[in-house]
Write a protein that binds this ligand. Sequence first.
Ligand SMILES: *[C@@H]1O[C@H](CO)[C@@H](O)[C@H](O)[C@H]1NC(C)=O
Length: 496
Amino acid sequence: MARISGHFPAFSATTFLFLLLVVTHLRQCSGGGHDYHDALRKSILFFEGQRSGKLPPDQRVRWRRDSALHDGATAGVDLRGGYYDAGDNVKFGFPMAFTITMLSWSIIDFGRNMGGELGNAIKAVKWGTNYLLKATAKDGLVYVQVGDPLSDHNCWERPEDMDTSRMAYKIDANHPGSDVAGETAAALAAASIVFRSRDPAYSRLLLNRAVKVFEFADRHRGAYSSSLHYAVCPFYCDVNGYQDELLWGAAWLHKASRRREYREYIVKNEVVLRAGDTINEFGWDNKHAGINVLLSKEVLMGKADDLESFRINADGFICSVLPGFSHSQVQYSPGGLIFKAGGSNMQHVTSLSFLLLAYSNYLSHANHAVPCGDTAASPALLKRLARRQVDYILGDNPLRMSYMVGYGSHYPQRIHHRGSSLPSVASHPAHISCKEGSRYYLSPNPNPNILVGAVVGGPNSSDSFPDSRPFFQESEPTTYINAPLVGLLAYFSAHP
Ligand SMILES: *[C@@H]1O[C@H](CO)[C@@H](O)[C@H](O)[C@H]1NC(C)=O
């Protein structure tokens, strides 16, 4: 110390310039060149563009207008509100609930990193939970979808113009759906944690409802794809079974309520409900990796020895995701992006990266690393991998393009999204009917309305991206791509 202070050099302009260059270079090499906070703000703003129902006065996405104001009327109930899942105008309850669960988890773990965006993130959750409360208002049934997907997908219409069937689909004791009901219970329970200190009355309402919906899901077991096959398949068909959502719902209720019955349920049903299955997946259909990571937090904190097997599963999941390990089961594109076949790849990228980051934080606090074969994966390694995925999304990729609309200078222009690709109501007030929309769908022109913050399905397995509406697997955004990304961006904006 003394030597340095004794010989501190004169701070010349040249030295300063040199230091500036070194610092800038390091920032770029470490991926710190991204404006994560700007991306965070946009990733949350996206949810406003997906809103259904009557828009509030503080709506910032101004090219959108009120839509679907009679949802639920055919069933004599109020089902206005909620979110369109993607580039169409159906309200699919299963992915919507998963979206709310993940937005809530983003806030629970990373809300303190959101700065001024926290309020907007909470509003995004509440727009979803207000709808889920309507969908679960009657005991013993849950409305799980509004809109006939076949007629909706057959049209290219703005949500504001939509004139296809708004049939409301429900599950009940005779037509069970433990998958969608389990996920809905998870969403309500997770959101109750978000509101616990901010709005205790609302939080209690959410938690009490979660308890009831979970009870219904567990008592009347079955897959909603069997009960409502024609309406939900192949769109959000539960391929993976409903067992994982029962454990997932119980895990969130355990976290939110701290009642012993949920912990006992988890321990008792762990084997029956196959907690360890297909552990390297996490998405609206498959919750296994999420259950294991979520429950591991307490194990790592030394508070739940009876849940130790979940930590072992979570470790196994981590090893299966890390590239270059013998256990690795997840593929990467040549440019370094996690890649899973089957369309809308970015949902896997953001949800798996979220789990890497969340788990790395739990490990850090416990001073642990993950043993993978004869190496150990440190929390820092998991963070680097998660950051690498986020940076790829934001532009560090072979095409040098951002896959988030409105972020950076080069981003998707022709996303598969009805509202974004058709002229707005402000610029074209006249109705545009089902088939009149086709010419906008087929047009080579960029979309007129920029759906800021939308992250699309992304490049194919060789890092190519067509930027074309008909390539929906690549060019369609979804709410469940963004929900985990909100947490990732929050963390990296606070730890650039
Ligand atoms: C990815 O897209 C590019 C360009 O459209 C195409 O040439 C390539 O074959 C595609 N790769 C795969 C694996 O589909």
